[in-house]
Design a protein around this ligand. Structure first.
Ligand code: URP
Ligand code: ZN
Ligand code: ZN
Length: 459
C-alpha cells in the first residue's frame, strides 16, 4: 500500500482548524498529528495551505437527456472538472422513465459512469410516477445504496407528480429509510404563465424567469413541507433560490419540523439582471428555479450561516450555446441548466470565507461534511479523520484565478462567471489516497471512481 504524507498544512474540518500532518495509507487516512515523522512514498508540502476534506457535490446531472438534448458533461469530463475544483465525490441523478422499473434506470446510469468517473459517485433516483411496483423497488434501491429519491412539483407532463403521488411516495420513503429530495416550484401555475407569455409574443430568455415567480417556489416549498409533515417524514428541498422559499424552511425548522434545503452558487452570486444581457446571452442562465433579484442573496447567506440552509450543491447541468439555441425563438425550449461542478468551492471560499460571510469551518461543512451526513456517506467521506477515505484537498488560499470557459475543464463553451476573479483554489487533490490533480494537472484515471452505496436516511 502506498503511503502519502501531507506535511505542514493547516487542517480544517467542520469543527476544527489546526496545524497538522496527515498520513494516508493506501486509500484511507491512517494518522493525524502535529508532526508525523515517517518515511512515506509521497510527501506533499502543504505549508501555507489548508488541508480540507474533498468537496461533495450532491446535485449533478452528467449526460442527462433533458429539454430535447443531453447535458454536455459526461461522467469523464464532468468528474475530471469536479476534481480540478476540489470536489472528490458527486451524487448524480438517475432518471426513471414512465413505465420503467427504477432498477433499469439505475443500471443505465451505472453504465454511464462505469469506466469513466474519475472520482467516487453515488446516485439519487428521479421518480416520474409512483405505484405499487415502484414502492417495492424503493426498498430494494435503498438496500443497494440509492437511498434518496427526487420528486418534481414542476415540469408538467415531463417530471411533475400530483400531490397524491407525492404524499404516497413520501409515506413510502418513511417506511424504507429514504430521503425525498423535492424540486419545489408550482408547475401548473408556471405552465399557464409560460403559455400566456408565448401567446403575447414574449419569447426572449428573460421570460423564463418572469414566468417562474419566486412565489411559485415559496408556495411549492410550503406545500412540500406540509405534505411531508402529514406523511411524518423529513424532506430536503433542492436548489432553493428564493427568500420566500427559505422563509418556509425556516418557519418549519423553528417549529421543529425536519425540513432541510440546499442552495447553489448561482443563486448566491448571479441575479435576474443576467437575463437582460445583450441578444440571446440570457439563455446561459436559463435554469429552474431561475436567478432571482439580487436583494434575496443576503437572506440566502444568512440561511447558510445560521443552518436554515444546510449545504451548497451545484445543480451542474451544462448545455453548450448550440443546445441553448433550441430556444432561440421560444424561451420555454431553452434547455434548463448551467455548468458549476468545478467552481463551487472557489466561489464559496472567495465570496463566502474571504468576504466574512461564513467561517472557514462552515465552508468545509456546507461543501463537504453536511452533504456526507445528510446523504449517507458519513464515516468515509466529508471529514479528515483516521479511517476515513483519503479524499483530501490541499487548498491554496492565495491562488488567484480568473474564471473562464477557456481554462476551466467543464465541457461547456461558456461559463456563467466568465471573467470573475476569485482567490483560492485546489492545488493538490487526492481521491482515496491517489493524487488526481497536481498543481492544475489531472493525474487521475477515468474509471477509477467507485460507486458509493450510501447508507439509509440519517436525517
Ligand atoms: O435547470 C435545472 N435545474 N436543470 C436541471 C434539472 C433540475 O431540475 O434539477
Ligand atoms: Zn430540479
Ligand atoms: Zn438538478
Amino acid at each position: 500500500m502506498a503511503t502519502t504524507l501531507i506535511k505542514n498544512g493547516t487542517v480544517v474540518t467542520a469543527s476544527d482548524e489546526y496545524r497538522g500532518d496527515v498520513l494516508c495509507d493506501g486509500e484511507t487516512i491512517a494518522q493525524i498529528g502535529t508532526k508525523i515523522d515517517v518515511k512515506a512514498d509521497t510527501v506533499i508540502d502543504a505549508s501555507g495551505r489548508y488541508v480540507i476534506p474533498g468537496g461533495i457535490d450532491v446535485h449533478t446531472h452528467m449526460e442527462l437527456p433533458f429539454g430535447g438534448t443531453v447535458s454536455s458533461d459526461d461522467f469523464q469530463t464532468g468528474t475530471i472538472a469536479a476534481a480540478h475544483g476540489g470536489t472528490t465525490t458527486i451524487v448524480d441523478f438517475a432518471v426513471q422513465d414512465r413505465g420503467q422499473p427504477a432498477r433499469k434506470a439505475w443500471e443505465t446510469w451505472m453504465a454511464k459512469a462505469e469506466g469513466k468517473a474519475a472520482i467516487d459517485y453515488g446516485f439519487h433516483m428521479i421518480l416520474r410516477e409512483f405505484n405499487d411496483s415502484l414502492a417495492r423497488e424503493m426498498k430494494d434501491l435503498v438496500q443497494e445504496g440509492v437511498s434518496s429519491f427526487k420528486l418534481f412539483m414542476a415540469y408538467p407532463g415531463v417530471f411533475m407528480m400530483d400531490d397524491a403521488q407525492i404524499f404516497r411516495a413520501m409515506q413510502r420513503s418513511g417506511e424504507v429509510g429514504a430521503t425525498i429530495c423535492m424540486h419545489a416550484e408550482n408547475g401548473g401555475v408556471i405552465d399557464v404563465l409560460v403559455q400566456q407569455a408565448l401567446a403575447g409574443g414574449q419569447t426572449a430568455p428573460k421570460y423564463h424567469a418572469l414566468t417562474r415567480p419566486a412565489r411559485a417556489e415559496a408556495e411549492a416549498t410550503h406545500r412540500a413541507i406540509a405534505i411531508a409533515e402529514i406523511a411524518n417524514v423529513p424532506v430536503y428541498i433542492v436548489h432553493l433560490s428564493a427568500a420566500g422559499a427559505l422563509d418556509m424552511v425556516t418557519e418549519a425548522r423553528d417549529r421543529g419540523v425536519p425540513a432541510y434545503a440546499e442552495t447553489c452558487p448561482q443563486y448566491l452570486f448571479l441575479d435576474y439582471t443576467n437575463y437582460e444581457e445583450a441578444g440571446f446571452s440570457g439563455a446561459k442562465y436559463v435554469m429552474s428555479p431561475p436567478l432571482r433579484e439580487a436583494s434575496m442573496q443576503d437572506q440566502l447567506w444568512r440561511g447558510l450561516k445560521g443552518n436554515d440552509l444546510q449545504l451548497v450543491a451545484t445543480d451542474h447541468c451544462p448545455f453548450c450555446m448550440k443546445e441553448k439555441q433550441l430556444g432561440a425563438g421560444d424561451f420555454s425550449k431553452i434547455p434548463n441548466g448551467a455548468p458549476g461542478v468545478e467552481t463551487r468551492l472557489a466561489l464559496l471560499f472567495d465570496g463566502g470565507v474571504r468576504q466574512g460571510r461564513i467561517s472557514l469551518q462552515r465552508w468545509v461543512e456546507i461543501c463537504s461534511t453536511a452533504p456526507a451526513k445528510i446523504f449517507g456517506l458519513a464515516g468515509k467521506k466529508g471529514t479528515i479523520a483516521p479511517g476515513a477515505d483519503a479524499d483530501i484537498v490541499v487548498w491554496d488560499p492565495e491562488h488567484k484565478q480568473t474564471l473562464s470557459a477557456r481554462t476551466l475543464h467543464m465541457n461547456c463553451d461558456y461559463n456563467p462567471y466568465e471573467g470573475r476573479v476569485v482567490t483560492g483554489g485546489a492545488e493538490t487533490v487526492l481521491s482515496r489516497g491517489r493524487v488526481v490533480v497536481d498543481k492544475g494537472t489531472f493525474t487521475g484515471k477515468p474509471g477509477s471512481g467507485r460507486f458509493l452505496r450510501r447508507a439509509p436516511r440519517s436525517i
